[in-house]
Design a protein around this ligand. Structure first.
Ligand code: FAQ
Length: 334
């Protein structure tokens, strides 16, 4: 299956000479570092790539609330509960900013939800793993938000204005999310041996899925070359994965934990760590819908959508009545 994902010629980026004048002018603006705004001309492929990536990102934030929401009622203290509630609410907010950014590209919120609920749209692989203990909530903050920030900081410089601007606030909030996760784990590793073991177990289970968040290796990343030429992505998947490993290894050491990778070692020559290959078979299996929690996550989202039907109907009825009243008042005034 992994071999099937290796890039084809379709991933080749065209040179300026091969482009029609309008497209060439667009690419020159991108190359000059200009931002593209919603009403401006853009190649259809650029629009589609952004709709795909931004909507998948929005879905990830919304589905990403589920593994943590599972622990709100079981947080060990009132303070931890308040922090977790704030974090999960931030994620709802991130989803909403991102859906708004995607809407500026001509897709409706309903279309995006339909793509999520029908299984057509992806969301991040990481949210298809279960949260078994409280330490998993700390590990999500430390590793999952840590990986999310590594990937999202460069997105603040994305060529598409609404996405870049949405990322600024999202990144600030993700930093708090990462800090709170690390802080929760710091407290646990200083606790009983059982608590420390729980943290090590969480690291063992979340390490590899966190590395997979950056996407397939560069030789299997079908979209990277074009997305980088359009400055939607600034870095390749492997570059960001490397940065994440280099950032996280000393943090694990400080917690007194062992990263579950026998191949992990400092490479003086490259000035970074060498590390093992994630299990790409598992990754492609998860993104194809067959991970441990895919069915549960989609069912939860579909249930929330169906349970909210009465509220959406109420809002629509209210908006229609208000519009009728405004129309009647306008006629009466004429
Ligand atoms: N999961 O050619 P590439 C968060 C798909 S937010 C699932 O390399 P691309 C906050 C990819 O879509 C986390 N699918 O693709 C939080 C494509 O399939 P397609 C989400 C994946 O787009 C924290 C195919 O594989 N962040 O965590 C994944 O150039 C804690 C080929 O891949 C974003 O979405 C994956 N991990 O690069 C919330 C950031 N990786 O669409 C709650 C924005 C790849 O052709 C708690 N997105 N695929 O069917 C990106 O930066 C990029 O889209 C990548 C993938 C880097 C994820």
């Amino acid at each position: 299956m992994y071999a099937q994902m290796v890039k084809t010629d379709a991933a080749r980026v065209r040179s300026l000479d091969e482009m029609e004048p309008q497209e060439r002018a667009f690419q020159e603006r991108i190359d000059a570092g200009q931002k593209i705004e919603p009403k401006e001309w853009m190649p259809e492929g650029y629009r589609k790539t952004l709709v795909r990536q931004i909507s998948q990102h929005a879905h990830s934030e919304i589905v990403g609330q589920l593994p943590e929401g599972n622990w709100i009622t079981r947080a060990p203290t009132l303070e931890r509960k308040a922090i977790l509630l704030a974090k999960v609410q931030d994620e709802a907010g991130h989803g909403l900013y991102l859906y708004c950014a995607a809407e500026t590209l001509g897709i409706s919120r309903d279309q995006m939800y339909e793509q999520l609920h029908s299984g057509k749209a992806k969301y991040s692989s990481i949210f298809n793993y279960p949260t078994l203990t409280w330490a998993d909530i700390g590990a999500i903050g430390w590793l999952v938000d840590g990986a999310a920030i590594m990937n999202q900081v460069p997105l603040q410089r994305c060529s598409y204005g609404p996405y870049a601007r949405a990322m600024v606030r999202i990144c600030k909030e993700e930093s708090f999310h990462q800090r709170q996760g690390y802080d929760a784990l710091m407290r646990m590793v200083k606790g009983t041996p059982a608590q420390k073991a729980m943290v090590q177990d969480a690291l063992n289970r979340w390490w590899w899925p966190s590395l997979m968040m950056f996407g397939p290796s560069d030789d299997a990343s079908v979209h990277s070359a074009q997305s980088m030429a359009w400055k939607i992505k600034q870095n390749s998947n492997d570059e960001l994965r490397q940065k994440f490993v280099d950032q996280t290894v000393p943090q694990a050491k400080y917690l007194g934990l062992t990263i579950p990778d026998p191949d992990l070692k400092w490479n003086e020559e490259k000035g970074g760590h060498d590390f093992g290959e994630p299990d790409w078979e598992e990754f492609f299996n998860v993104i194809a819908g067959n991970g441990p929690c895919n069915a549960e996550r989609l069912d939860a989202r579909k249930k929330a959508w169906n349970d909210g039907a009465w509220f959406r109907d109420g809002l629509t009825a209210h908006a229609e009545k208000a519009a009728d009243r405004r129309a009647a008042a306008k006629i009466a005034a004429e």
